[in-house]
Design a protein around this ligand. Structure first.
Ligand code: ADP
Ligand code: ZN
Length: 436
């Protein structure tokens, strides 16, 4: 293994060879997908009866999209493309937006996934010398086992602690000198607030890097976590429908997440018209899994919003880089007719130094109107207990939010540690407006 790449040949593949490989794999994937009743029906309607009907990568456009609803309707085996005896593992999504979806894996599928995770870890400069603590939940959720196998194959020392029990997490970090941690951004912030609460100084930890993903977070949150812990934070993107983590990951340059294009066909579309968008235009991410045989998915609409960065990365990896995910097409809030993404709110509050590690957005009815209450925890180290100071802070947050989202929220300040924390993905929005 070369120090800086896990698989130099594929990570630095030139465009022409990449496209040749993608075409071959796309044909194989279509052929595999045709084994499922769902795709046989869908693809036949589009005039595709065999993998050979895909003559060039342009033919991708002939393939219909697959949606989360398709997966739900196909539950449990409608999209299974191999004999159940070939399946060695089942994963499901975490069900943030409804019934979970199921994905089957063969042994080769898991091997390929693990290979991609190894590439991601190596791209951040981590090595087998590192001690890796995985705080993502193990089980059907892909965040735990996904990273676990990659870290283990690379030869890191893995602590498979799983989610929750922050006191124990911190103890393990101290005892085993954890250098790399995998967490959700909200949990990472929670760990920080607990360090303060338990009065554990930072120099008792050995942390160097954090891989944060599974939920949206802003550049300001990244910066905040990096400053709090004196570490490097790398953005990690994945979804169970595309295996899980390991789809897109930042390299040491932290300028967008390399998406492994020898394993995933990456498209960005306008979610309304479904027209393909060019680089630097934000839209919905659409992914085709090129190597998975048990559950091949073609042109899967992720509902996640991002854009593709232009130009080449200094690391010489040729795989294109995805921007930070700004939200999901389905997490947009409509507040008195104004469209607001929770990420816009996060971006504003996390750049204010006096804001601590947790926040919540509550929506309520006030007569016929909507009312938005933004609850933020204050950062204890910067708070002296002066009431005037609190009023000024409240006004400042209100003003900055109003500038960003047009509507004026009610801002509530809360003591550190008083807002609810979730051990998996954070639930930032509490919408108690009754829908008519
Ligand atoms: P669910 O769709 O039920 O949440 P998953 O567990 O598969 O199921 O989660 C995948 C989703 O998590 C992605 O589609 C995306 O919305 C979100 N996600 C994952 N990583 C990131 C990230 N780095 N930034 C923002 N959102 C992310
Ligand atoms: Zn790079």
């Amino acid at each position: 293994m070369e120090a800086y790449y896990w698989n130099k040949e594929l990570e630095t593949i030139d465009q022409a060879s990449l496209e040749d490989l993608q075409l071959k794999l796309l044909r194989d994937t279509v052929q595999a997908a045709l084994k499922t009743p769902f795709y046989r029906n869908r693809l036949k309607k589009a005039g595709i009866n065999s993998g050979d009907d895909i003559r060039s990568l342009q033919d991708l456009q002939r393939i219909p999209f697959t949606t989360k609803d398709d997966l739900r309707e196909g539950y449990p085996t409608g999209l299974l493309a191999v004999d159940l005896a070939e399946v060695v593992r089942i994963h499901t999504s975490s069900g943030t937006t409804g019934t979970p979806t199921v994905i089957y894996h063969t042994k080769e599928d898991l091997d390929n996934w693990t290979e991609l995770v190894c590439r991601c870890i190596v791209a951040t400069g981590a090595t087998r010398e590192d001690v890796f603590q995985n705080t993502m939940s193990y089980g059907l959720f892909t965040g735990g086992l996904g990273l676990h196998y990659g870290a283990e194959r690379l030869g890191m020392t893995v602590i498979p602690v799983g989610s929750g029990n922050t006191r124990r997490q911190i103890q393990l970090m101290k005892d085993f000198k954890t250098t790399v941690i995998h967490a959700t951004p909200s949990y990472m912030l929670h760990i920080y607030s607990k360090l303060n609460e338990f009065k554990i100084p930072l120099n008792e930890l050995f942390l160097k890097k954090a891989y944060l993903g599974a939920e949206p977070y802003s550049e300001n949150t990244r910066r905040k976590i990096e400053e709090f812990f004196h570490i490097d934070v790398y953005n990690s993107y994945g979804l169970s429908e595309m295996n899980g983590p390991g789809v897109s990951f930042e390299c040491i340059h932290k300028c967008g997440m390399h998406t492994w294009e020898d394993s995933y066909l990456l498209e960005i579309i306008d979610p309304k018209t479904t027209r393909t968008l060019s680089e630097e235009h934000e839209g919905e991410i659409v992914l085709t899994n090129l190597r998975r045989r048990a559950t091949p998915l073609l042109r899967y609409r992720t509902r996640d919003l991002a854009f593709i960065h232009k130009g080449k990365c200094k690391c010489k990896r040729t795989h294109r880089r995805l921007s930070r995910i700004t939200g999901r097409t389905d997490d947009m809030l409509i507040i008195n007719g104004v469209n607001v993404y929770p990420s816009q709110i996060e971006e504003v509050i996390m750049r204010i130094p006096q804001v601590g590690t947790n926040y919540q957005i509550c929506l309520e009815k006030d007569g016929t109107l909507d009312k938005i209450i933004v609850k933020v925890e204050i950062y204890s180290k910067l708070f002296t207990g002066d009431i005037r100071q609190l009023d000024t802070l409240k006004a400042k947050i209100n003003e900055e939010l109003r500038a960003a989202i047009i509507i004026s929220p009610i801002v509530e300040l809360h003591e550190p540690g008083s807002l609810p924390v979730s051990e998996g993905k954070a639930k930032r929005v509490v919408d108690s407006r009754t829908k008519l």
